[in-house]
Design a protein around this ligand. Structure first.
Ligand SMILES: Nc1nc2c(c(=O)[nH]1)N=C([C@H](O)[C@H](O)COP(=O)(O)OP(=O)(O)OP(=O)(O)O)CN2
Ligand SMILES: [Zn+2]
Length: 267
C-alpha cells in the first residue's frame, strides 16, 4: 500500500469552557490516505480530489470559525487538538473513494505540539500526542574499548579531547486514550514536567561524558542518547498514556528515532 499526504491550513477559535475567553490557532493539517496505485491512471486518487473532500466537508465548516459556536461535536467535546483531529478523521473518512483508506490525520496548532490520529493503532480510541523540546549539550565520541588511534580513526573530529556541542531537538510522542473530561491524551504541562525533570534539567548545557552518569562509560552518540532518554522516560509517563516514540535531531541533518517497537525487540 502506498501512502499519500496532503497538507492544508486553517484558522479556528474555541472556548475552553462555556463563556470563557476565545483562544485561536492557525493549524497545520496533514491528511494521509493509503491504497494501491491505479494501473490506468498511475494515481491513488488525484490529490486535488483529496484536497476538495477535506475542504468541502471539513475546512468549510471550521476555517475562520469558533468551533464551539458552530459545530455540535464541539458543544459535546472540548476543542482540543486531539478532539479536532478525531473530528476531522471521522468526517473525512466516509467521503473517500471506496478503494482509498484514511491512514492518518496529523494536526499541529503550535510549533512545539502536534497530535496524530492513526488508523494503524491497535487501540481504536487512542491518539498520539507529541511535544518538541530543545537542549544544548557537548559531548566527545570516544569509546573506552578502543585505542586512542582507533578512536581518532573512527570518530575523526568528533573525538577531539575537548569535545564539541549540538543544539539537540527532541520529539517526545506518547500514545493513549483521550480523557473525556480534559479532551487530552495527557495535559501537555504534565509531559513537560516529566521531560524537564528526567532530561532537560540533566542534559541542557552539560558535557554529557562527565556530567551525565549514564554516559560515564557509554559513548554519547545520538543512538545511545535517544535510547538512554527512552529508558528514563518510559516508566515516568502517567498511565493510561505510554511512551510511543522518540525522535532526536542531533543536527538539522541527523535524525535518530527510537519507538516502542524497538523497545519490544530489546526486552
Ligand atoms: N551514527 C552516528 N554517527 C555520528 C554521530 C552519531 O551520534 N551517530 N555523531 C557524530 C558527531 O556528533 C558529529 O558532531 C555530528 O555533527 P556534524 O558532523 O556537524 O553533522 P552534520 O553531518 O549535520 O554536519 P555537516 O558539517 O553538514 O556534515 C558524527 N557521526
Ligand atoms: Zn557531535
Amino acid at each position: 500500500m502506498l501512502i499519500m499526504t496532503r497538507r492544508l491550513y486553517f484558522a479556528a477559535a474555541h472556548r475552553d469552557i462555556q463563556g470563557s475567553e476565545l483562544t485561536g490557532h492557525t493549524y497545520t493539517l496533514d491528511v494521509a490516505v493509503s491504497g494501491h496505485i491505479n494501473e490506468r491512471t498511475g494515481l491513488l486518487v488525484n490529490i486535488k480530489e483529496l484536497d476538495r473532500i477535506v475542504k468541502e466537508h471539513v475546512l468549510n465548516q471550521i476555517d475562520g470559525k469558533c468551533l464551539n459556536d458552530r459545530l455540535s461535536f464541539f458543544q459535546a467535546h472540548l476543542a482540543t487538538p486531539e478532539n479536532i483531529a478525531t473530528y476531522i478523521a471521522g468526517t473525512v473518512h466516509p467521503f473517500l473513494p471506496s478503494d482509498i483508506h484514511l491512514h492518518s490525520v496529523r494536526l499541529q496548532p503550535t510549533p512545539v505540539l502536534y497530535t496524530e490520529w492513526l488508523s494503524s493503532l491497535k487501540e481504536v480510541s487512542h491518539m498520539l500526542l507529541t511535544k518538541i523540546y530543545e537542549f544544548s549539550a557537548s559531548h566527545r565520541l570516544h569509546s573506552d574499548s578502543l585505542s586512542a588511534e582507533e578512536n581518532r580513526t573512527l570518530f575523526g573530529k568528533c573525538n577531539n579531547p575537548n569535545g564539541h556541542g549540538h543544539n539537540y531537538e527532541l520529539e517526545v510522542t506518547i500514545c493513549g486514550p483521550i480523557n473525556p473530561i480534559t479532551g487530552r491524551v495527557l495535559p501537555p504541562e504534565r509531559l513537560d514536567a516529566v521531560v524537564e525533570r528526567e532530561v532537560l534539567s540533566r542534559y541542557d548545557h552539560r558535557y554529557l561524558n562527565l556530567d551525565v552518569p549514564e554516559f560515564a562509560h557509554v559513548v554519547p552518540s545520538a543512538e545511545m542518547i535517544v535510547k538512554t532518554i527512552w529508558e528514563r522516560l518510559r516508566p515516568c509517563i502517567p498511565a493510561p498514556a505510554r511512551l510511543y516514540r522518540l525522535r532526536l535531531y542531533e543536527t538539522p541533518r541527523n535524525l535518530f528515532e527510537y519507538s516502542e517497537e524497538d523497545d519490544k525487540e530489546q526486552r
